[in-house]
Ligand binder design. Structure first.
Ligand code: AMP
Ligand code: MG
Length: 485
């Protein structure tokens, strides 16, 4: 089963048609003075949208939800979720709208979605709005993730609304236009399950299978297995680049396996599994090193929501779920180990008995010496070519790294292969802050330079040298990002 594409020039509504109980038709708030801050022209082209038109007054009105193509019905989507472990039965799009579905040049269906478009029936106490800074953060980090080859929602545009948003201070408001394979989340299934309506749950699962995992056999266990596999692979990719999502609530985990919701996210610099950036994550639940465990925990919540579809016999349903979830650790470990071998330029054929102790010793060494994650792997490429100095100078303990490097070089690492997987540029926290602050004050140039660097993360360019360096010492350890802003 697949979903028919919408006719050209219109937006599809397959979600709203299949799941009216989870789609509240709604309108965006009027943006008094829409002003384009950034437009993703290559992505627009992939979606068959004309960039020149998107830049026009009518196009800007589409990008803030004030101009709706005829026949389209924007909706706020309902979902539930565990936030920091606590279940909320009714979250939903409190400041977002699904405008509709478009067809990507690859042939797959995508959601066109707005964030910061005003209050909805799910807003609870919130104002439904978003400030320029956080929407630009999502734009920069999601596009950086995409350039790194990591599955993610994409960002089409950020448009300043001309309406101020009250946070600690008054800030300029903005709407992000986001593109995703869908916005189905673990929390969508929790919501459908909690209604007690098994027919709704089944329709949601059918919709998810059609959109994301059409080859999944063994309905509906096959769907669950496909999500487990997609998330195991995704979180391994995060770990390999040092990405800390920051708010891995079940409503922020997709069924497609795309990274979603860039709130208090950041890239780790000094290697430390306890790294946390979110100002509200006091217990370190979503710390860097916890992410695989949290993903598994979230998938257990998905399994619970899907149980009625696995079998009419609850005991058997649970047994099937436990067995499928049991695949996660092995899948995660092999994705991560393969990724580490690639980062170290070592062939797949090397035995684990050789690579596992080598990798374990390296991780301990990086942590003990508080070495910058991204610079280390990139500089190690020079060591594979015979110049150990650039990597070596990152370590206070020279004897230890020299000893490790000798062991590693004896395995014949491939420097060219390393340069293809170890980025030079990631959106480092101090650079993101610098760009967002300047843009909020009206200067877009730092943002443009940062986007330029992180959009080609493997191409080393002399004029972008400062984008490869860790934060200055006075930025460092106390850095926090804020969610829900
Ligand atoms: P998040 O942690 O950003 O994924 O958001 C969690 C929930 O809070 C979602 O239901 C959001 O729609 C909602 N939310 C976040 N910020 C706002 C806001 N400013 N106004 C209304 N709802 C919000
Ligand atoms: Mg969210």
């Amino acid at each position: 089963m697949s979903i028919a594409p919408p006719p050209t020039g219109t937006l599809g509504d397959s979600f709203a048609r299949a799941l009216p109980e989870m789609a509240r038709p709604w309108q965006a708030e009027q943006a008094p003075e829409p002003r384009l801050l950034v437009l993703n022209e290559p992505l627009a082209a992939e979606l068959g949208l004309d960039s020149a038109w998107l830049r026009s007054p009518e196009g800007l009105r589409l990008l803030v939800g004030n101009e709706i193509p005829s026949g389209a019905t924007p909706v706020a989507q309902a979902y539930a979720g565990h936030q920091f472990g606590n279940y909320s039965p009714r979250l939903g799009d409190g400041r977002a709208l699904l405008l509709g579905e478009v067809v990507h040049a690859d042939g797959h269906l995508c959601d066109l979605h707005l964030k910061g478009s005003g209050r909805t029936p799910f807003s609870r106490g919130g104002d439904g709005l978003a400030a320029v800074g956080p929407m630009l953060r999502e734009y920069v980090v999601s596009e950086a993730m995409h350039a790194l080859g990591i599955p993610t929602t994409r960002s089409l545009s950020v448009v300043a609304t001309g309406q101020p948003v009250r946070r600690d201070t008054l800030l300029p408001g903005a709407v992000l236009a986001r593109v995703a394979r869908s916005h189905l989340r673990v929390g969508s299934f929790q919501y459908a399950h909690a209604t007690g309506d098994v027919d709704l749950l089944r329709r949601l699962a059918d919709h998810a299978v059609a959109r994301h995992h059409p080859d999944a056999g063994r309905r509906y266990l096959g769907l669950f297995e496909a999500v487990v596999a997609a998330q195991a692979s995704l979180v391994a990719r995060w770990m390999l680049v040092g990405f800390v999502h920051g708010v891995m609530n079940t409503d922020n985990m997709t069924i497609s396996g795309e990274t979603i919701d860039y709130g208090p996210c950041a890239f780790m610099e000094a290697v430390d599994p306890a790294t946390v950036y979110s100002s509200i994550d006091h217990g370190g639940r979503y710390a860097y090193g916890n992410q695989p465990l949290v993903a598994e925990w979230n998938l257990a919540r998905l399994a619970e929501a899907l149980l009625p579809l696995f079998s009419d016999d609850q005991e058997q349903a649970i047994a099937l779920a436990v067995e499928a979830l049991g695949q996660f650790r092995g899948q995660y470990d092999s994705a991560w180990s393969a990724g580490m071998r690639a980062k170290l330029g070592l062939p797949d054929t090397l035995d684990n008995t050789v690579t596992t102790p080598l990798v374990d010793d390296l991780l301990a060494l990086l942590q003990r010496n508080r070495v910058d994650h991204t610079s280390f792997y990139r500089r190690l490429g020079a060591a594979a070519r015979g110049d150990a100095e650039p990597a070596r100078e990152l370590f206070p303990d020279l004897a230890a790294i020299d000893n490790w490097t000798t062991r590693w070089r004896a395995l014949g690492p491939d420097a060219d292969a390393m340069a293809r997987v170890n980025p030079v540029y990631v959106p480092r926290n101090h650079l993101v802050e610098e760009a967002l602050t300047a843009a909020t004050e009206g200067d877009q140039r730092p943002l443009e330079r940062l986007l330029d660097a992180v959009s080609a993360p493997f191409d080393e360019r002399p004029e972008r040298e400062r984008y490869a360096a860790p934060a200055p010492d006075d930025f460092g350890a106390a850095y926090r990002t804020f969610c829900g802003t």
